[in-house]
Design a protein around this ligand. Structure first.
Ligand code: ADP
Length: 352
């Protein structure tokens, strides 16, 4: 069946991205809660059917690592895209500090609630492993089952729910849609692989970066960078680059690839804030590592293989899934449900 606006009851706003807003909606005929994304297009009516045809591939994207697609329709110059509602929101909102106010939607950057009073609940190695494993399975599914790359792998495009599931959304199935999107602002943090950025001339006054063609290994880079950001709680490139796109792109092309933080980099007090809030609840000790978090050598190696600057040497999904770190997932009894619950509580308390 085809979904249309008349069947939907609009509820609250879930978030705001570069392309438009995401609202929670109730689909009356089925009573299913959905997330509806509004994407404003630069009007070109001849493209509309092409876009809908291309989006149709999403009906085949049925995987436990991919956010379910329910349907899309047009109203005026917007495409509305209905998908599974993920009640935990994005991993970025659950475990990453915003980098200044530049990239925050107005609702977050201006409200008093956006003042960060505590750190996000720390992730343990096994949680990070489960996230990395889910993302890799999702990307591998897109490639082998649908023959598509994601093209926009980043923490805001990884959604979680209270069941502890981790799923990818927002992948580039429609080239036509991509071309028609009216971008309201350009993201301040780039997850692009070095080979997607070309033509850096560090000394030039009007430095220009041309974006080049690339292959699926570019998504592997973005995957690695996302995992590092999720582990660190911050975008891994230096803060000086947040407001200077060219400095940031140059850092990606010319700088050293980021990795998981050294154990000492996590200040004790950050963890203590968290411990203070949660030590009263039993069974949550796995979130603390006596003031310091440790990433396993396997985790470090896995990330390093994603973040090899030479695309030809970077790991493939097959290699990543066969890596010893991934092999530890599954027999560690990871409690994602509790972590998600705590992270949501922290976010809703005004941590972010
Ligand atoms: P971006 O343009 O940055 O990729 P999106 O427009 O995709 O962001 O989404 C903006 C925000 O809306 C997300 O960060 C997330 O918090 C929320 N969101 C998006 N899709 C869903 C969904 N299916 N369920 C719940 N929340 C969602």
């Amino acid at each position: 069946y085809a979904i249309n606006m008349d069947q939907l009851v609009l509820e609250q706003e879930l978030g705001r991205g570069n392309y438009g807003t995401v609202k929670k909606v109730l689909h009356r005929p089925t009573k299913v809660e959905m997330a509806m994304k509004e994407i404003r297009l630069e009007l070109d009516s001849t493209r509309l059917n092409g876009i809908l045809m291309e989006l149709d591939i999403l009906h085949r994207a049925v995987s436990s690592y991919i956010v379910d697609f329910y349907g899309a329709f047009f109203v005026e110059s917007c495409v509305y895209y209905c998908m599974e509602h993920m009640d935990g929101g994005s991993l970025a909102s659950l475990c990453c500090f915003p980098n200044g106010n530049v990239s925050l939607p107005p609702s977050l950057s201006t409200s008093p609630g956006s003042v960060w009073t505590s750190s996000p609940p720390p992730l343990a190695d096994e949680h990070l492993c489960r996230i990395a494993s889910s993302m890799t399975h999702g990307l591998e599914f897109l490639k082998t089952e649908l023959g598509v790359m994601h093209r926009d792998v980043k923490p805001t495009n990884v959604l979680v729910n209270c069941k502890g599931e981790v799923k990818l959304c927002d992948f580039g199935v429609s080239g036509q849609l991509e071309k028609s999107i009216a971008k309201t602002n350009v993201g301040c943090q780039s997850y692009m692989a070095p080979e997607r950025i070309k033509g850096s001339s560090p000394s030039g006054s009007n430095m220009e970066h041309a974006f080049t063609s690339y292959t699926v290994s570019a998504d592997v880079w973005s995957l690695g960078l996302s995992i590092v950001e999720i582990a660190r709680g911050r975008y891994p490139y230096p803060p000086e680059t947040y407001e200077n796109v060219f400095a940031q792109l140059s850092a990606i092309v010319d700088g050293e690839a980021p990795g998981l933080p050294e154990d000492e980099e996590i200040a004790d007090e950050e963890v203590d804030v968290y411990t203070g809030s949660y030590s009263a609840s039993p069974g949550q000790s796995s979130f603390m590592r006596k003031g310091k978090r440790r990433w396993s050598p396997e985790a470090r190696d896995w990330v390093r293989r994603c973040l090899i600057k030479n695309a030809d040497e970077r790991a493939t999904y097959k290699e990543l899934l066969a890596h010893p770190w991934m092999q530890t997932d599954g027999h560690r009894g990871v409690d994602m449900v509790s972590w998600v619950a705590k992270a949501i509580e922290w976010r809703d308390r005004g941590g972010r």
